[in-house]
Design a protein around this ligand. Structure first.
Ligand SMILES: [Zn+2]
Ligand SMILES: [Zn+2]
Length: 376
């Protein structure tokens, strides 16, 4: 399919404009003139989920070759199938093309962190982790592979009703007599021992969810997308393609229906917590939960993310920065030597070497991703 790229030109000199996260305006890269983006008065709507599902034609990913013609330099290039905003590879002019998916984004969180700020956040994040190998820290200094993406997300609202059954455990104490050895002689003492009394319980909990967000892109792993949350959706503004100028932007590749399955899983976590609270007692066992979702609504939105990946010692590492809040999330290599000495120090403080041998402790550091957060 052939597309002609849309771009916006500077009123002073005619050069292409780009969106500036620093000022929230369009900025001319040639003469630095800034032009404000008029904020649309349009209200951001929630859309009915079930009627959308019943009218959607195409729930599958369609692969379209997006052949784009640049109006500025006349160059032709191909965009990745779901990309609708990029820069011309020949002249770097922002290129925005039409949507191909049935549901288009109606609102957007504009970038608040610049490329430079994102680099700074990342360098700090690497440096703040004592376990990152020195070579990695050096390698990541002065990198420029950071790419700004507007990634598609779904938001879901739902009023849930969950019927549950299970057991409530209440602790009580009994006095038991025990025989102990004291100075080589047997002695009988009385001690208090805890017991638990389980009673069958059942009930209903209601939880209302507002804007549960689900990443609808496969460009970044779900783990990373989930970890850079939360997004402040009260700051959403009506969609305007001017916010995209100079940034990559994608349409959804995870459909409205699949997205809701992820949302349900996120909701289930909170529902379970509410059920435990409803059961009360000292311990709870949940045997059965039946959740009904009512008044489900959705929005298709774009969230700003800085992202990059690194090959370090033949392994690929990814990281991302929430460009609304500045939260950094990623995978980092760990220095085995540093961890060993750190554990040795911990171990000597507590007076033994057993911590080093605790495999679980090491595994924790080798596998988990980590978070770093600096407010804007
Ligand atoms: Zn200009
Ligand atoms: Zn061009």
């Amino acid at each position: 399919m052939k597309f002609t790229a849309i771009n916006f030109t500077c009123p002073s000199c005619g050069a292409p404009q780009k969106f500036s996260p620093l000022t929230g305006k369009l900025k001319c890269e040639f003469c630095s003139k800034e032009v404000a983006i008029e904020l649309s008065k349009e209200i951001i709507h929630e859309y009915d989920f079930s009627s959308a599902i019943s009218t959607l034609h195409d729930h599958k990913n369609r692969t379209i070759d997006k052949q784009v013609h640049c109006k500025k330099c006349g160059g032709d290039f191909t965009l990745t199938p779901f990309s609708f905003s990029s820069n011309c590879p020949y002249c770097q002019t922002p290129a925005i093309v039409d949507f191909v998916r049935e549901i288009t984004p109606k609102s957007i969180l504009p970038f608040r962190y610049t490329h430079k700020e994102a680099q700074h956040l990342f360098t700090k994040w690497v440096g703040s982790r004592w376990f990152a190998p020195n070579a990695f820290k050096k390698y990541t200094q002065g990198h420029d592979k950071l790419v700004g993406y507007y990634l598609p997300h779904w938001t879901y609202d739902s009023d849930t009703n969950s019927q549950y059954s299970g057991l409530r455990g209440d602790i009580y104490y009994v006095t038991v007599t025990k025989t102990v050895m004291e100075n080589g002689r047997q002695r009988r003492i009385q001690v208090q021992e805890p017991r638990i009394n389980w009673t069958p319980v059942s009930g209903v909990v209601h939880v209302s969810f507002d804007d549960v967000t689900v990443g609808a892109s496969q460009t970044i792993s779900r783990t990373i997308l989930d970890s850079i949350e939360p997004w402040d959706t009260t700051k959403l503004v009506p969609f305007d393609e001017k916010y995209l100028l100079g940034f990559e932007a994608e349409e959804y590749t995870i459909g409205l229906d699949n997205g809701f399955e992820y949302a349900k899983a996120k909701m289930a976590y909170k529902i379970e917590k509410n059920i435990r609270y409803d059961i009360g007692g000292n311990q709870q066992q949940i045997h059965h939960i039946d959740t009904k979702h009512n008044n489900v609504t959705y929005k298709n939105v774009l969230f700003p993310v800085w992202t990059a990946s690194f090959i370090f010692k033949e392994k690929e590492y990814h990281y991302a920065i929430n460009a609304q809040t500045g939260k950094v999330v990623g995978q980092r290599p760990y220095s085995y030597t540093k961890i060993f000495f750190a554990l040795l120090t911990v171990a000597s403080i507590v007076g033994g070497l057993m911590y080093v041998e605790e495999k679980g402790y090491l595994d924790k550091y080798f596998q988990t991703s980590s978070h770093y957060y600096i407010p804007h």
